[in-house]
Each structure stands twice: as C-alpha cells, then as structure tokens.
Design a protein around this ligand. Structure first.
Ligand SMILES: CC(C)(COP(=O)(O)OP(=O)(O)OC[C@H]1O[C@@H](n2cnc3c(N)ncnc32)[C@H](O)[C@@H]1OP(=O)(O)O)[C@@H](O)C(=O)NCCC(=O)NCCS
Length: 133
C-alpha cells in the first residue's frame, strides 16, 4: 500500500536510498533530503518506511512554479505512482499562473495525461554542478 505525504518532518536520509538512477554524480541521500527541505512543495510516495517516489516544486508562491524533479524507484515504476505524484503536485499548485517543467520528448505523453501541455523553452545545464555533494 503506497502512502502519499507532503510533510518532511519525519523523513530521514536513510529512507531516500536508490534515487537519481543513471546520474554520473548523484546527490547523496543527505543532500537529497536537503533538496527536499529547500523546495517550496514536496510530495512523497512511501512504501512502508521507504520513500519510493518524490516530486518537488520551487516557486515564488504567487505566480510561478517550476517542477525540477520527479522520480519513482525502478522497483516501483509502472504502478501509477509517478502519475499520482504529479496529480497531487499540480493540485497543490493549481492557483499558480504558470507551472513549468522540462522533459524529454518521449515523456510528453506521460505529462499530457496529467493535464500538461507541450511547449518550447531554453536552458543552461552546468554539468560540473550537477550534484551539491
Ligand atoms: C517518469 C517516471 C517518474 C514515471 O513513474 P511511474 O510511477 O512509472 O509512472 P506511472 O506508472 O504513473 O506511468 C507509467 C507510464 O509513463 C510512461 N513512461 C514512464 N517512463 C517513460 C519513459 N522513460 N519514456 C516514455 N514513457 C514513459 C509510460 O507511458 C508508462 O506506461 P507503462 O507503465 O504502461 O509503461 C519514472 O519512470 C521515473 O522515475 N523515471 C526516471 C526519472 C525521470 O525520467 N523523471 C522525469 C524527469 S522529466
């Protein structure tokens, strides 16, 4: 049974193992917890005491929000958890004027199914700063 929560008070770094799959320089669980704490909004999916999925948003709290990170552990993918995390985050942000994220083209259908629209954009990626630790 997957439980969803927005609060971080009871979350420890050792509950955050296994994320950032494929990153050459992934954040440690301790840095991951710091990222969650500094985000404006977080939704977590827990299987027992283990965090198995998360989504973050950063925001000015008035007009704009950006969703930088969504991930579900490989062991728990394809069960609807990523979609549920996005639905819950979009509900939390529903009063914002703009809610943006970037993704690869193959994931656009996934985000369309939770109510997002395709767009275009620009970016900078500073890979030397990919992880905070
Ligand atoms: C994207 C992600 C969060 C989806 O989580 P999930 O819990 O498996 O999502 P759901 O079960 O709600 O939906 C799964 C559907 O999303 C789509 N999908 C997921 N990953 C996909 C990918 N890499 N390419 C294309 N479609 C994908 C498929 O339609 C999939 O359907 P299926 O289960 O029938 O194969 C998860 O695959 C993940 O963590 N990926 C690695 C990190 C990542 O890419 N994050 C998004 C950054 S923009």
């Amino acid at each position: 049974m997957i439980q969803y929560q927005n609060l971080l008070e009871d979350i420890r770094a050792d509950q955050l193992e296994g994320f950032f799959v494929g990153w050459p320089n992934p954040p440690t669980p301790a840095t991951h917890l710091e990222i969650l704490n500094r985000a404006a909004h977080v939704v977590l999916a827990l299987d027992g005491s283990s965090v198995v999925g998360f989504v973050t948003a950063i925001s000015d709290g008035i007009l704009c929000a950006y969703i930088p990170l969504l991930e579900v552990l490989p062991s728990h993918q394809h069960q609807g958890i990523g979609s549920e995390l996005m639905r819950r985050m979009l509900e939390r942000l529903h009063e914002m004027y703009m809610i943006d994220l970037l993704c690869d083209p193959e994931l656009q259908a996934f985000y369309s199914r939770v109510g997002m629209e395709e767009s275009t954009g620009m970016l900078v990626r500073n890979f030397a700063r990919q992880s905070g630790s």
